[in-house]
Design a protein around this ligand. Structure first.
Ligand SMILES: [Zn+2]
Length: 277
């Protein structure tokens, strides 16, 4: 019997990403703060559709907005690791990355009573040390790489690319990779973002974006009997009213098409048992 799994994942960054990029004046901080309202709306929607979600939540958010984070846990959703300070690991030394990872694990243990099963890197850029650190810290899965779409795979440690040389494949680890893509992420589609040397126009029609997101599910169903599709959203982005309406439309579609909603931890467990028995 075909089984098509959907992971609804929410990167609950609030202001951490703005602060990590040096945007610390009141207005960018308030853009992140809007995530509290977005989170409330998403929780209500997930409850209505009886769908579990995975919330990759930085330690910063856990300590700054404890009530919202406790509500997520109380509703039965998964809390995933998303660093403490939302600084991309590739820009940190190994010692800095290790310390930040440990601090964020501690925040999650305090919130949920257990260590996180999964990790997603801020800005989806791993360092050369990340996979090794995740294995050493007992993580079950990572969700930061783009080497596949519907079929998880084993993350490799030590992939290398060098101009003029063929691709060097690193050593396979036991960490499940739950692949993602910028195409299935709300942030680049919707978020208007400008710095002196960078412009991200965003502000696309959410209904148009959701048509593409629906097509992605339809294609997965067409070519495979079993697969996992991951959508990534940010409460301060998707939480705006007209985007929430479009998100509801996506949920109606997925429900009518027989999607099975799982937390990423459960999906990773199923993928491991099925693909690597
Ligand atoms: Zn993030």
């Amino acid at each position: 019997m075909p089984r098509h799994i959907v992971c609804l994942t929410f990167d609950f960054d609030t202001a951490s990403g703005f602060i990590a990029r040096g945007l610390t004046t009141p207005t960018p901080l308030s853009r992140g703060e809007f995530g509290r309202i977005g989170a409330r709306r998403i929780l209500e929607l997930l409850k209505r559709y009886d769908a579990p979600g995975t919330w990759f939540t930085p330690g910063f958010t856990i300590e700054s907005f404890p009530a919202e984070c406790e509500a997520i846990v109380a509703a039965g959703h998964e809390i995933g690791h998303h660093s403490w300070a939302h600084v991309p690991p590739a820009s940190q030394s190994r010692a800095e990355e290790e310390a930040d990872m440990a601090r964020a694990i501690e925040s999650i243990v305090k919130l949920t009573g257990a260590a996180p099963r999964g990790y997603r890197s801020p800005s989806w850029d791993l360092s050369d040390a990340t996979i090794e650190l995740l294995v050493a810290n007992g993580f079950d899965y990572d969700s930061s790489l783009m080497g596949a779409d519907y079929e998880p795979y084993k993350a490799r440690n030590g992939d290398r690319g060098k101009v003029g040389e063929p691709f060097h494949f690193g050593r396979e680890t036991d960490l499940m990779e739950m692949p993602i893509s910028w195409t299935m992420d709300d942030h680049p589609h919707f978020e208007f973002y400008r710095t002196p040397d960078f412009l991200m126009p965003g502000l696309q029609s959410p209904r148009a974006v959701m048509e593409s997101w629906k097509d992605e599910f339809t294609y997965m169903k067409k070519i495979t009997d079993w697969g996992i599709l991951t959508y990534t959203m940010h409460p301060y982005v998707i939480g705006r009213g007209y985007r929430m309406l479009a998100f509801e439309g996506l949920m109606d579609f997925l429900g009518s098409e027989g999607a099975v909603f799982l937390t990423m931890a459960d999906a990773a467990r199923e993928a491991r048992a099925r693909l690597f028995p």
